[in-house]
Design a protein around this ligand. Structure first.
Ligand code: FAD
Length: 336
């Protein structure tokens, strides 16, 4: 079976991109992971999740912008989204997730930081906040530097740490101070062994170490994983380090679980029903291709099913095309 690296490498080929984006089966697959093409669709999904007791982080898809006009347009689109969230009364439960590269970091980091300030100011006016996604390792210093800078004026701005990067324990120590919100994920990008753990067990072990640092720290760990073993570990660490907030409504500090839209929805509801704060990361927008390919690559069985569907073979009643509830510990690709 193909591994994550080769899948992500193949995804960069224009031929593969053409094949995937024009295949009739793709629309159904995209709908599972992406809320829709515009902010009206995103708001409708966010409102539905809020009705289920879940909070939301909305991500306007688009990344690695190499054009100033597009970076400006992405900034204005986020500001407009935040205005609409405020008007819809959703900012109590919805924040924004932003990729600095969508705001132009690859062209001009200073311009991207100014754009980020505009987005953070719009979030504050609307009564919510922003988390800056982690992208590939070449961007980590610029993104974490921008978050540090922004937090002086917007203290609730969140950072993201990718456990697969070898540097991340140190980043967690730097970020574990009072008031800091840190999303800990495994990392979705194919990285060289020089900077990242490439073995799944080593990534999970790094995640566990990083989580220990964040839970023992003074900030709010945002536990972004679907991995049952790591969710269990987070619950145990929360019992030990945060007894006042474990299993109860989140207090100042506290912690929250974060899962992706379309992945393990029953687990999202189970955690919320047990009283834990749960946030669902909801992407929307037309530029879904790289996001979808990262989701496919995370679970190579998905690719097999996708290829079969592309070849017009009979739909299989499990795996990628099964209802999302079928994704449970022990299913193909399950566990750490
Ligand atoms: C809220 C949130 C925000 C994130 N933000 C970032 C970010 O800013 N930067 C970044 O690099 N990465 C980000 N990620 C992605 C993350 O780095 C991982 O690539 C992704 O979460 C898969 O890792 P896992 O911890 O769920 O563990 P895995 O071991 O990959 O998955 C555990 C189990 O969850 C299920 N599962 C996981 N992913 C899928 C999928 N795509 N399709 C079907 N089943 C699946 C399977 O049952 C699997 O066995 C984010 C993830 C989440 C949940």
């Amino acid at each position: 079976m193909l591994g994550r690296g080769p899948i992500l490498a193949a995804a960069r080929s224009p031929r593969v991109r053409g094949l995937v984006t024009t295949a009739p089966v793709t629309a159904r697959v995209v709908r599972r992971f992406v809320a829709g093409d515009d902010d009206t669709a995103a708001l409708a999904v966010a409102a539905g999740l809020a009705d289920r007791g879940l909070t939301v982080s909305l991500d306007l898809l688009g990344e690695h912008t190499t054009d100033r006009a597009r970076a400006g347009a992405a900034t204005r689109a986020y500001v407009a989204l935040l205005d609409r969230l405020g008007a819809a009364g959703l900012t109590g439960s919805v924040e924004a997730s932003v990729k600095l590269s969508a705001l132009g970091a690859a062209i001009d980091p200073a311009m991207a930081l100014e754009h980020a300030r505009l987005v953070c100011a719009a979030a504050r006016t609307a009564g919510t906040t922003v988390t800056f996604d982690a992208e590939d390792h070449t961007t980590t210093d610029v993104t974490l530097g921008a978050v540090r800078d922004l937090r002086r004026d917007f203290p609730t701005v969140g950072a993201v740490v990718q456990a697969h990067l070898r540097r991340s324990e140190g980043d967690c120590r730097d970020l574990a101070g009072p008031g800091s919100r840190v999303r800990l994920c495994k990392g979705a990008y194919a990285e060289p062994a020089a900077v990242a753990f490439t073995d799944r067990r080593a990534v999970s072990a790094s995640y566990a170490r990083c989580l220990g640092i964040l839970m023992a720290g003074a900030g709010r760990p945002l536990v972004a994983t679907h991995d049952p073993a790591l969710i269990d570990l987070a619950l145990r660490l929360a019992d030990r380090f945060r007894p006042a907030t474990a299993g109860a409504a989140p207090a100042a500090g506290g912690y929250e679980f974060q899962l992706l839209y379309g992945v393990r929805p029953l687990e999202q509801d189970r955690l919320a029903a047990a009283g834990h704060a749960v946030r669902v990361y909801v992407p929307y927008g037309a530029e879904w291709y790289p996001y979808l390919m990262r989701r496919l690559a995370e679970r190579p069985a998905n690719v097999t099913f996708f290829l079969r569907a592309l070849r017009g073979q009979r739909r299989r009643d499990h795996g990628f095309f099964a209802p999302p509830e079928a994704i449970v510990p022990g299913s193909p690709g399950g566990g750490t």
